[in-house]
Every structure is written in C-alpha cells, then in structure tokens.
Design a protein around this ligand. Structure first.
Ligand SMILES: [Zn+2]
Length: 503
C-alpha cells in the first residue's frame, strides 16, 4: 500500500508538482520557447521531486497532443503512456547507483545517443539518477557526449551529492537546486490524497507525518500509505502510533523544564524513566533538539516566528522562550549536538543558526565587560582601600573633603548636602567611587551632569583628571565613621605639624 500510494499519486503535470516553483517555471518556459538545453543537473535531497520532474519534462517534450503554447503533457497519447509505464525507447532511465548503471553509461548511452529519437518530433531523453555514483571512466565517456551533443538529445542528471560530481560535468549542465518541501505543502498534498482515497486521518497525524518526513514528500506518502493500510477507513492515534515513532512531547517538555532550572536530579531521573518505558532515545533526542531550537528561535525572532507545533505545545514553547536564558539554550544545544553520534538527520540550518546566536551572545558579553570597567563590580569594590589607605589620593581626599563640599555648593546645594553624608570608598585607576547611604541619594547623584561637575572639582583638588562613580555603600555606617574619624585625626595631625589651618 505504501509504495502503491507513492506511485499512484506521483504528479502527472507541472501544476500537480508540490514545491520547486522556480524550477517548474523555467522548465515550462524552455518547453514553450523551444530553448531546451542539452544537459540538466538536478541537485537536491531525496524525495524532493527530481525524478518526477525529469519524467514529466520528458513527457512534455515528446507528447503527441501538446500544442505549441502549452507546457503540460496530455498524459493520454501513446507516447505519454509509454513513458509513464517505462516502455518508451526514447526515454531511458539509468540508476547509476546500481552496477549495471555504470556499464550502461559507457556502452548504451554513447551508442544509443547517436541514434535519433523514434518520435521524429520529440527528443531522446536520458535520465541518470544518482549520477555521482558513476565511475571515472563513465564520467569521461559522458563528458565526451556532453561536449559534442547529438541533436535532439537531452541529458537529465540527478544527484543528492553534488560535491562528488566532476566540475567539468557540472559546467556543461543547466543546474537546478531542489529544495526540501515545506511542511505545510506536504500536509496540503497529504490532505488531497486522503480525500481521493476516501479515508479520514486527523490533521495532527498528517502534521506529524510531515514533520517526520523532513521535507521528503516520498517518505511522507510512504508513511501515510502505511498508516492507511492499517485502518479500515478511519485512522486513530493508536493505529498511527504503530507506524509513526511516538512523540513524547510531554516528556520532552519536562526535561527542558528541569534543565532550565538546573535541576540535574529531575533531568537524569526523567531520562531513566524513559528508558524503562522503552522509549526510543534517539527519536527522543531529535525531538528535544527540535523543541529547544523552536524555543531559541521564538525567543530570538519573536511572535513573527511561525511555530511548527500543535497548539498545546506552542503555549509551553512560548513560556520557555520567556524564561530560558538564550546563552543557556545555545550552550545546551551545542553540548547535545556534540554528544550525538548520528548527525545526518539533524535540521540542516541548526549549526548556522547556533553560530549566529553565539556570535550575538559574545558581542553582548564583550559590551558587558566594557561596562564593567567604568562601573566596578561589587567584588572589586574594596571599601577599605581608600578609607584605610594612606596613599596620595586617599590623603588628598581626606584633607580636602570639606573644600570639595564647599566647591560643589554653588552648583547644587542638595548635592553638597548629600556629599556631606557620603565618603570616597575606593579608587580604581582614575575612577573615584563615592559611597552614599541611600538609594535615593544614589538616584540624585548618579546623573551625568552631577557626576561631571563632581569629577571636575575632584580633578582640581587631586591635580589629575578623574571620573566619578556613585554607589550605595553596603558598609555605610562603619565606613562613614572610620572616614570621618580618620579625617578628623589626619587633619588634626597635619594641623599640629603645620600649626595652621587647612583651607
Ligand atoms: Zn501526450
């Protein structure tokens, strides 16, 4: 049934082909305008319509009923029917992945291409599937033919691995890159098929089939066929679960939650519970990756990002997107990807997406580091340094504190008043940190114009350029007493020494 469904609903016209719109349009234009190339290269993942379009193109070129301005084959004339059933002598399909394919290229193609098509108005079309599997000598033979192509011959070379095709061959072909088929397009096609088959399949099962097929329509049709063949006209979740690998989204969500809150015990228990229940861990891991990726993308892109999930999961993903730090998400995805042994089935674009996120994260952390230089972190906030220090700056500040208060008065009375209850707590190169008692003092002082005025006064007093930072001093009471006491003592000592007044 599965295989039957796949063949039965193979598109017979360009209109029916799902996806690959630019390729379809170009081919159709070439048919109508008689601008057919000698060689085409169809590149792309399996199950994306390469062979289907190659056959369709061959039918259109040879159809007896097709009119000049039409690009679709009639699919009814004898030639169309021969091609469809694989009996045409003018359309030769070779699978290079099989051993005979290699020999065929060398012997059959070269000889056969010299014979004009039986259909005098049509073309002889060679479709070589998995062309990258050809041997070096077969490629050489093919290249010779491509260099001097006989009239009315068209080569269509299809491959999933373009890097294995020699550059000399590629450069002689018109190349088309086939894309994976979007999930929504696959669901649409599956919906059409179940209508023709007169069976009922819930939409969430169709979505799950499309997800599992990863852009390969052939796989999607095959899975649908298997699901339908088990049912008596009505597909239930239970029947579908016999064919489709079960998704444990609830368990995935639980694990993500445990990881988000850094609860290792819950995470490990969860994994072992899954193993005991016989859950396929490989599939589970792929689901986990997909889920984390959706959270990361939703967080980075925002509501315009279209979540490819059933409704009930979308709410959970949105919640995680709000709470899961982006840095943790990208780190977690990287760690999981590193531990994974099979990487082929992964989402193609994920490594690139992660690279982008990480790039932005490093940028952010660098900005934070720069910010830390101008605003010393609490750990660098060595209160005792200035209070107990007897270095030059500390001495000057202690001696001149009253003068500093006086000089700020004309600028702002309340600033001077706040300064009276404050004290310098530390120096870091040319930054003087002033400690205040209360948050509202901080708010009043931590303004660019206030800080720049204060810096100007301090620079004059100290005889060197300084900048100022304001912080609430967590040890305010003791520090302030030490500063004041020491200040009085030092000033006293200096007064004794000089026998005069400090201005
Ligand atoms: Zn026809």
């Amino acid at each position: 049934m599965a295989e039957v469904l796949y063949r039965k609903y193979r598109p017979m016209t360009f209109k029916e082909v799902v996806g690959q719109k630019p390729i379809k349009l170009t081919l159709q234009n070439e048919i109508i305008s008689h601008q057919v190339a000698h060689a085409y290269l169809f590149v792309g993942p399996r199950g994306t319509g390469k062979t289907t379009l190659a056959r369709l193109f061959a039918r259109s070129l040879n159809c007896l009923n097709r009119t000049e301005k039409e690009s679709e084959p009639c699919n009814k004339c004898s030639v169309c029917q021969q091609i469809t059933s694989g009996r045409s002598l003018d359309v030769i399909e070779i699978d290079a992945a099989s051993n005979t394919g290699v020999d065929n290229v060398r012997e059959n193609i070269i000889a056969s291409s010299q014979v004009p098509p039986f259909n005098s108005k049509g073309y002889k079309v060679f479709v070589i599937d998995e062309v990258h599997m050809l041997s070096k000598s077969a490629f050489n033979a093919l290249l010779k033919t491509l260099e001097e192509p006989p009239k009315k011959i068209v080569f269509i070379l299809a491959t999933t691995e373009i890097h294995k095709v020699p550059e000399t061959i590629i450069s002689r072909c018109q190349r088309f890159d086939f894309k994976k088929i979007p999930q929504a397009d696959i669901v649409k096609r599956l919906t059409e098929i179940i209508e023709w088959e007169k069976v009922t399949v819930p939409e969430h099962i169709l979505t799950e089939i499309a997800r599992r097929s990863e852009g390969c329509l052939r796989d999607a049709k095959s899975l649908l066929g298997q699901v339908i063949s088990l049912s008596q006209g009505k597909v239930t979740d239970e029947l579908a679960s016999l064919v489709l690998p079960t998704s444990n989204w609830h368990e995935v969500d639980n694990l993500v939650e445990a990881l988000r809150v850094h609860n290792v015990a819950t995470a490990l228990n969860q994994i072992n519970k899954l193993v005991n229940e016989g859950v396929d861990l490989h599939n589970f891991t792929l689901d986990l990756i997909d889920y984390l990726r959706q959270i990361m993308l939703y967080q980075s892109i925002g509501p315009s990002f279209n979540l490819d999930f059933p409704e009930n999961l979308i709410a959970s993903i949105k919640k995680h997107a709000q709470d899961f730090p982006l840095a943790d998400l990208s780190r977690l995805l990287n760690i999981i990807l590193d531990k994974l042994t099979i990487k082929e089935t992964l989402i193609d674009q994920l490594p690139l997406e992660l690279a982008c996120v990480e790039f932005l994260l490093t940028e952010k952390s660098e900005i934070n580091q720069i910010a830390n230089i101008t605003e010393p972190a609490k750990s660098e906030f060595k209160v005792k340094n200035i209070i107990t220090s007897s270095d030059d700056i500390a001495k000057k500040l202690q001696l001149n504190w009253k003068k500093i208060l006086e000089e700020t008065k004309p600028f702002n009375h309340s600033l001077s008043a706040i300064l009276q209850t404050s004290h310098p707590v530390s120096t870091n190169n040319n930054i003087i940190v002033i400690g205040v008692e209360f948050d509202f003092h901080l708010q009043q002082m931590d303004k660019p114009n206030v800080k720049s005025h204060l810096a100007k006064v301090l620079s004059e007093v100290l005889g060197q350029g300084v900048t100022v930072n304001i912080q609430v001093d967590e040890n305010y009471i003791s520090n302030h007493q030490i500063f004041k006491g020491k200040n009085d003592k030092e000033v006293g000592e200096i007064l004794d020494t000089f026998g005069g007044e400090v201005v």
